[in-house]
Each structure stands twice: as C-alpha cells, then as structure tokens.
Design a protein around this ligand. Structure first.
Ligand code: HEC
Length: 100
C-alpha cells in the first residue's frame, strides 16, 4: 500500500506542467534573422542625401561592397558622416536585397 502511494505521487509529479521547463520566453530565431528594419531605414535616410535612392537589387553584393565605402567617403568630404557602423548596417541590407 505504501509503495502504491509513492508511485502515484511520482506519477502526479511527472504530469504536473509546472514542473516542466518553460520555453515560452525564448525569441524565435526567424524573427531575429528576418528583420532588417533598422538597416533599411538607415539606407533610406543616409543614401538619399545627395541623390535619389538607388535600387538595391540593381547591383551585386560585390558591387555594393565597393560602392558603400566610396559613398561614405563622398559624404565625409561634404561633412555628412556615415559612420563605419552605419556603413556595415547599410551594406547588410543592400547585400540582402542585391542581385547576388
Ligand atoms: C555625399 C553625397 C552622396 C551620398 C551621401 C551618397 N552618394 Fe551615391 N553617389 C553620389 C554621387 C556624386 C554619385 C555619382 C558619381 C559616382 O558614381 O561616383 C553617386 C552615385 C551612386 C551610385 C551609382 C554608381 C555606380 O557605380 O553605378 C550608387 C549605386 C550610389 N551612389 C549609391 C549610394 C548609396 C548606397 C549611398 C549610401 C551609403 C550613397 N550612394 C550615398 C553621391 C553620394
């Protein structure tokens, strides 16, 4: 009888959801990877200072890698800064949208 009581307590504990780890607070990986909102808005604010926005899919990743630092240098010459960190973010967005 005593043995049965211990067994049923163990069974209850195993079924109690409160004793299981809670994964609800974890951020889904897809959400983190897919949102380039900040990168996009930086591109839209920084790359429109001298000309209209260029089509991101109009260039390859390789081309954007050369163009972004070139444009940042032009900006610096005009006293309009695009920081290294901002360039990296803009590039991340352009490469994601590029023709390849
Ligand atoms: C300080 C002014 C200035 C800023 C800021 C600027 N550009 Fe430009 N951009 C120019 C000028 C001037 C040209 C035309 C001469 C040339 O191509 O070098 C140009 C040309 C371009 C071209 C065409 C070049 C080609 O080889 O086809 C692209 C693409 C471009 N810019 C993208 C960008 C992007 C992306 C940004 C933001 C990171 C940006 N620009 C910011 C001045 C600027």
């Amino acid at each position: 009888m005593k043995k049965l009581l211990i067994l049923s307590i163990m069974a209850l504990a195993a079924c109690n959801p409160k004793l299981k780890p809670n994964h609800k607070d974890a951020t889904p990986v897809a959400d983190v990877n897919n949102s380039l909102t900040e990168e996009k808005s930086l591109y839209e604010s920084k790359c429109v200072m001298c000309h209209n926005l260029k089509n991101p899919s109009g260039k390859s990743a390789e081309q954007w890698n050369k163009i972004v630092p070139r444009m940042a240098a032009k900006a610096a010459n005009k006293g309009k800064s695009i920081t290294t960190e901002e360039q990296a973010k803009i590039l991340k967005y352009l490469v994601a949208m590029s023709s390849k």
